[in-house]
Design a protein around this ligand. Structure first.
Ligand SMILES: O=c1ccn([C@@H]2O[C@H](COP(=O)(O)OP(=O)(O)O[C@H]3OC[C@@H](O)[C@H](O)[C@H]3O)[C@@H](O)[C@H]2O)c(=O)[nH]1
Length: 375
């Protein structure tokens, strides 16, 4: 015990210099020392020149400065895309992929990681569960787009698009276009409207669908800055006095006939599209579709080809209305939606209006064609 006490006394007797003192605060001008250092002998100029050189290098050669190598997907193997023409042989790919190819793969600009394909566009197809619409949806899905189908199922059917159910790039919305809808999309393909005379002849809603529905979709296009394609019809030419009809022909339409809700409805829709184009800078395309036939057409569609086929299958006589001297331009549906036809035109076309007729056929030849095929 005694020794401990002695030791403590010893600690207390330590010289005063060992005691704790807070660090003295530096004078304010000491923080400016690095600044004064930089200003001395023009060192600041060197720093600025260094920054400028680095900025220049990173701007001019962004790819060279990336740490990610060209290993993926351009090493080792050739790359075969949808079209054979875009095939890049392995040796070529290892050296340097072309800018066009990089663009297509979405690998330029250094913003998207190499090897990741650029996302397709977000597209809405109104009437996408219908006959033409569903074929268009198939093409757009194959192109890699995200497709939103808006359909009220008046003439469209879920079965036409159900093979896309479960695909994360596909959505189906039951909605009537006469009510507004807000969607974030890049492109709008506006097809929603019954197109067969048996459906629209006595249905006053068809005019409303064409006018109010088109107005709503054009409003959407304007709001979100989307491109807009209106599927119009050869019927805007009415009972034409010119055959075959060219886009500059303005038609011969009866405003109070049984078909006017469709004819005049589509003519108004075209007017609205052009007004939004001129007045609100919306990019619009108008496709005047002629008589189209093909798979997924309802057997009771009422148009001539399906009627003839159905009658032929039932071994009934084919009914030809009128004198049978009428002519039509017939088109198979896959020709209508193929990339060189209207569906890619939203990306490229220079004209606003275009017609889709390909085969101008006399009515008698359709009758004989059906007979040849069925019998
Ligand atoms: O059973 C029939 C059906 C139709 N026809 C006649 O065949 C011709 C073609 O009639 P469709 O009913 O196939 O239709 P249309 O060619 O007049 O219009 C059709 O094609 C263009 C589209 O844009 C329209 O939406 C669509 O209705 C008409 O002259 C019609 O009278 C028959 O002779 N027999």
């Amino acid at each position: 015990m005694a020794s401990e006490l002695i030791n403590r006394r010893h600690e207390a007797d330590q010289p005063a210099s060992d005691a704790y003192y807070p660090k003295p605060i530096k004078p304010w001008f000491s923080v400016t020392r690095p600044m004064r250092y930089m200003l001395r002998e023009q060192r600041l100029v060197f720093v600025l020149v260094g920054i400028a050189i680095a900025t220049l290098v990173f701007t001019l050669f962004p790819r060279a400065t990336q740490s990610t190598p060209y290993s993926d997907p351009f090493s080792g193997y050739g790359i075969r895309s949808e079209e054979d023409s875009s095939y890049v042989p392995a040796f070529q790919a290892q050296r340097k992929p072309s800018l066009e190819y990089l663009n297509r793969m979405g690998a330029t600009g250094g913003k998207i990681p190499l090897g990741l394909k650029r996302k397709g566009m977000r597209v809405v197809v109104t009437g996408g569960a219908g006959f033409v619409g569903s074929h268009l949806v198939d093409r757009l899905m194959a192109r890699g787009d995200t497709v939103i189908v808006v359909d009220n199922f008046f003439t469209g059917r879920k079965e036409n698009v159900m093979h896309h159910f479960g695909n994360p790039n596909f959505e189906l919305i039951r909605h009537d276009v006469v009510e507004p809808i807000l969607l974030e999309v890049d492109q709008i393909y506006h097809l929603a409207c019954p197109a067969s005379p048996v459906h629209y002849k006595f249905n006053p809603c068809v005019y409303k669908t064409n006018v109010v529905g088109t107005l709503n979709m054009l409003g959407l296009a304007k709001r979100v800055g989307a491109r807009f394609l209106l599927t119009s019809t050869s019927e805007v030419y009415g009972d034409p006095l010119q055959h075959p009809q060219v886009e500059t022909y303005w038609g011969n339409v009866n405003p109070i006939g049984v078909r006017s809700c469709y004819d005049e409805g589509k003519r108004t829709a075209e007017t609205l599209a052009m007004d939004y184009h001129r007045g609100a800078n919306v990019e619009v395309r108008i496709a005047r579709i002629f008589n189209t036939y093909g798979p997924r057409m309802c057997i009771d569609d009422g148009r001539v080809v399906s009627n003839f086929v159905a009658q032929a299958l039932r071994k009934e006589p084919l009914t030809v209305y009128g004198d049978g001297k009428q002519t039509r331009s017939f088109q198979f549906v896959s020709d209508l939606v193929r990339p060189s036809s209207f569906f890619l035109l939203l990306r490229t076309i220079q004209y606003n209006t275009f017609t889709t007729h390909c085969q101008h056929t006399s009515f008698y030849s359709v009758v004989s064609l059906v007979q040849v095929k069925i019998y």
